[in-house]
Design a protein around this ligand. Sequence first.
Ligand code: MN
Length: 150
Amino acid sequence: MLSPSLEDYLEEIYRFSMNHDVVRVSDIAACLDVSLPSVSSAIRKLSRKDYLKYKKYKELVLTDKGRRLGRFLVERNRILQDFLRIIQSECDIPAEAEAMEHYLTLPTIRSIENLVDFMSSHPECHQKLIGFCLGRKKEVSGLADGYGNI
Ligand code: MN
């Protein structure tokens, strides 16, 4: 298992590689808004674990192992963002998915994926859920904020 931080680097490298022929250390630093030295240190760790290789001019090339895990990480993030939209969460969806993704186990993510796929193939059920959520919002029922914000 990779640390959450290394997972995020690999996720971003894979995402970037989907739309670009060449991935450089500086591209990833820009995407994640982190310093070049911290990206370089993460890249060294990922290359030691055989997820990617360095080429000339700081070009990064994912290995088969790196591509497989990268695809999983991007897909896992996509499932969680879809889930948050389906349940009508009023959170910052990318930030919330980012917070959840490293802490849920694979069985839970697969169950969430089932729910996401179920709702997209049964839009009538999704409509019912949306109506139910709206009703509860109007009645101001459900979990009260224990910290007292509204
Ligand atoms: Mn993350």
